[in-house]
Write a protein that binds this ligand. Structure first.
Ligand code: DAH
Length: 344
């Protein structure tokens, strides 16, 4: 047996020293030390030996194995050095070549839309506020008049992390945060652009999307304020001739609630493929802040009133720039992004 082991070892050492490339060395390793390698096979035969013989052979094989391992490692270092030397010889660096050009990136269409909205609202005295994307059920729903088990929760197929935490399904969560954080309970005028998440994926829906929320709370706020604000907002984004249509709707945190359509900016309201021949495009949810929401978040509804609105920024960007698939906004494809390389 011992002789056999020595014979295998000598053979292996020869192969290792003759190896001219890494692959050959690896083949030798597998051949002798691998799972089905020659030395491994000998170890497997030990079952047939007497208890006295076993440890003797075991130590002989293990010694041979470690000798081979050392030889392989040494050879590996030699081969690596050789390969590097070869590379250095053939690779000549021309230091006089001009540097590769660094191309200037462009602003993402969503960033453009967000910045445009922020500039407009800041000019009207609003603050831009943010909130956590990993939100509590309390702020995302309960404090917005959507208790557990409320059927309107079904409209937003949400990603729950635990019974208490979810990826926020709407930026409306920040309405409650802003009201609760305002200790003096003074007037509020905020917009909240940010990422939101729902379990949906197709050409017009992405599991991650962006919304902007608006909230105004003060004394004597009425529907006229909401209407005027949204008119300024939409005309600024989509053109001076944009008209708005308010349709009664339902959201638990506003009463009354409205869905807001804008006149189609492609056909001017005559009807085309973009507006599906209706002349209108649905773009916002809005309403007068529900007294329960005011009360739950520390505002007295007998003194204060407010309006709120929310809209999907992806949808707005898609309409504004004629983008037909929402996934393009999240694909990181420079051929798409380059098209927005305007000099601003
Ligand atoms: N959060 C609503 C949604 O994601 C949109 C919305 C509707 C926001 C009405 C509001 C509002 O602030 O008043 O569908």
């Amino acid at each position: 047996m011992e002789e056999k082991v020595n014979q295998i070892k000598e053979e292996a050492l020869k192969e290792i020293s003759n190896a001219k490339a890494m692959q050959e060395l690896e083949n030798a390793r597998i051949k002798y030390l691998g799972k089905k390698g020659a030395l491994t096979e000998i170890l497997k035969m030990m079952g047939g030996l007497s208890p006295e013989e076993r440890p003797v052979l075991g130590s002989i094989v293990n010694k041979a194995k470690s000798e081979l391992e050392v030889a392989i490692q040494e050879k590996e270092e030699i081969l690596e050095k050789e390969e590097l030397a070869k590379k250095l010889e053939s690779e000549k660096i021309d230091v006089s070549l001009p540097a590769s050009k660094i191309t200037r990136g462009s602003k993402h269409p969503l960033t453009r839309v967000i910045e445009e909205i922020e500039d407009l609202f800041v000019s009207m005295g609003y603050d831009v506020v943010s909130g956590p994307e990993l939100e509590t059920d309390e702020y995302c729903f309960e404090r917005l008049n959507l208790p557990k088990g409320h059927p309107a929760r079904d409209m937003q197929d949400s990603f729950y992390i635990s019974p208490e935490y979810l990826l926020r399904a709407q930026t409306s969560a920040v309405q409650a945060r802003a009201m609760m954080a305002n200790e003096e309970k003074s007037p509020i005028r905020i917009i909240v652009p940010g990422k939101t998440y729902r379990r949906e994926d197709d050409a017009t829906h992405s599991h991650q999307f962006n919304q902007v929320e608006g909230l105004v709370i003060d004394k004597n706020i009425s529907f006229a304020d909401l209407k005027g604000t949204l008119e300024i907002f939409m005309r600024h984004m989509l053109g001076e001739n944009t008209n708005l249509r308010f349709r009664p709707s339902y959201f638990p945190f506003t009463e009354p609630s409205y869905e807001v359509d804008v006149s189609c900016f492609k056909c001017g309201g005559k009807g085309c493929n973009l507006c599906k021949q209706t002349g209108w495009i649905e773009l916002l949810g809005s309403g007068i802040v529900h007294p329960n929401v005011l009360r739950m978040n520390g505002y007295d509804p007998d003194i204060y009133s407010g309006f709120a609105f929310g809209t999907g920024l992806d949808r707005l960007a898609m309409f504004k720039y004629g983008i037909t698939d929402i996934r393009l906004l999240y694909g990181n494809d420079v051929r798409f992004l380059n098209q927005f390389d305007r000099k601003d």
